[in-house]
Design a binder for this molecule. Structure first.
Ligand SMILES: *Cc1c(COP(=O)(O)O)cnc(C)c1O
Length: 386
């Protein structure tokens, strides 16, 4: 019987423990496994190579993303590191112009040392994607909506361009999760997640996930996962599985709250600009509606210069100033000095990551309390206010 997403969240992957009947997959806190004779294993050898708790998570995320093979890593960046290790010296990647700062950093300061190049392109402009692809390019790497300006890229159209040239499409789906967007069904070859965010959902675990559909790609990634060794621990695998069970109900509330706050922000007159693909006036609105089941719950906005953004951060009482996103609690961050500080100032300004830009990860608290907190903090940060 093929299940719908809300049921896969609860029963997907491996449903319960076959040996004991435990409804939840136990934490198999072991590094190694008894062999019954030379070369005779019960399917498990060593926990870097494979662990039943991690395996349950890997199967679950593969099913949720409509792929076939899942891989769990110690962080989103460990996942990205492993995916980038598919490439070799002389290869090049085309990358979205606003991406997670850490993705930029690992390309710029780590993989460039191994001769892997990249070109930053506004991937919402399909002609620019097409123009950037040459012989050396082996893959296009996008986020949609992208971090932190929520720029929407037409995943299906970029997949088509990439495939026409025989290149891979890699999509970082962290912001929407498979509950709202399934890039493999739109043609993506590799889907990446920071499981630290909505999948774990409670700001208590760092993790990363990768999903693919093709066997050859899966074999290569499995080899690299074991060879590089950045795997997710059993306990953390358990926590991510537990988080995923409530993904649907959490995302519904995250999105509902975010839609209210984005509308309020854009009508309040406090912001010069509100970036949120759920607003009909947002340039990404139509494509977002076509390719996803919701806009997500990250909002970025540029505070009017009659307010002091430093004071704004200080005056918040409910919303917490912190790195990260996607937890049940609302978090706010200052991309220019926090998440995107690794991006050189000139590129930052060029793409719109200005000093007045504020990124909000809308949590599942009462939305009226969140709006009151934002309004109070903005009003108290007026430049005339002492
Ligand atoms: C946080 C994040 C990452 C990195 O994940 P970690 O778990 O922090 O290593 C990658 N991509 C996006 C979009 C993120 O938000």
């Amino acid at each position: 019987m093929s299940l719908k997403t809300d049921s896969i969240l609860i029963h997907g992957g491996i449903d319960g423990d076959v040996t004991t009947g435990a409804v939840n997959i136990p934490v198999y806190q072991t590094s190694t496994y008894k062999q019954d004779g030379l070369g005779v294993t019960r399917g498990w050898e060593y926990s870097r190579t494979g662990n039943p708790t991690r395996d349950a998570l890997e199967r679950l995320i593969a099913e949720l993303e409509h792929g076939k093979y899942g891989f769990a890593f110690a962080s989103g960046l460990a996942a990205i590191n492993t995916v980038l290790s598919l490439f070799k010296s002389g290869d090049k990647l085309v990358v979205s112009d606003n991406i997670y700062g850490g993705t930029f950093r690992i390309l710029e300061n780590v993989f460039s040392n191994f001769g892997i190049a990249y070109e930053i392109v506004n991937t919402s402009d399909l002609q620019k994607v097409e123009d950037a692809i040459d012989e050396d390019v082996k893959a296009v790497f996008i986020e949609s909506p992208a971090n932190p300006l929520l720029t929407v890229t037409d995943i299906e159209a970029v997949a088509k361009i990439a495939h026409e040239h025989g290149k891979l499409l890699i999509v970082d789906n962290t912001f929407l999760t498979p509950y709202l967007q399934r890039p493999i069904t739109l043609g993506a070859d590799i889907v990446i997640h920071s499981g630290t965010k909505y999948l774990g959902g409670h700001s208590d675990t760092v993790s990363g996930l990768v999903v693919v559909k093709k066997k050859a790609l899966a074999d290569r990634l499995y080899y690299l996962q074991n060879a590089i060794g950045g795997v997710l621990a059993p306990w953390d695998s358990f926590l991510v599985i537990r988080g995923i069970k409530t993904l649907g109900v959490r995302m519904d509330r995250h999105v509902k709250n975010a839609e209210r706050i984005a509308r309020w922000l854009s009508e309040s007159g406090h912001a010069d600009r509100v970036y949120f693909p759920g607003l009909p006036e947002d340039p990404g609105y139509e494509i977002q509606k076509k390719q996803a089941d919701g806009p997500g719950a990250i909002i970025s906005f540029v505070l009017k210069d009659t307010y002091d953004y430093r004071k704004f951060f200080k005056n918040l009482k409910v919303i917490t100033l912190a790195e990260s996103l996607g937890g049940v609690e609302s978090l706010v961050c200052h991309p220019a000095t926090m998440t995107h500080a690794a991006i050189p100032e000139n590129i930052r300004r060029e793409v719109g990551i200005v000093d007045e830009l504020i990124r909000l990860s809308v949590g599942i608290e009462d939305v009226d309390d969140l709006i009151a907190d934002l309004e109070g903090a903005i009003e108290a940060s007026g430049k005339g206010v002492v």
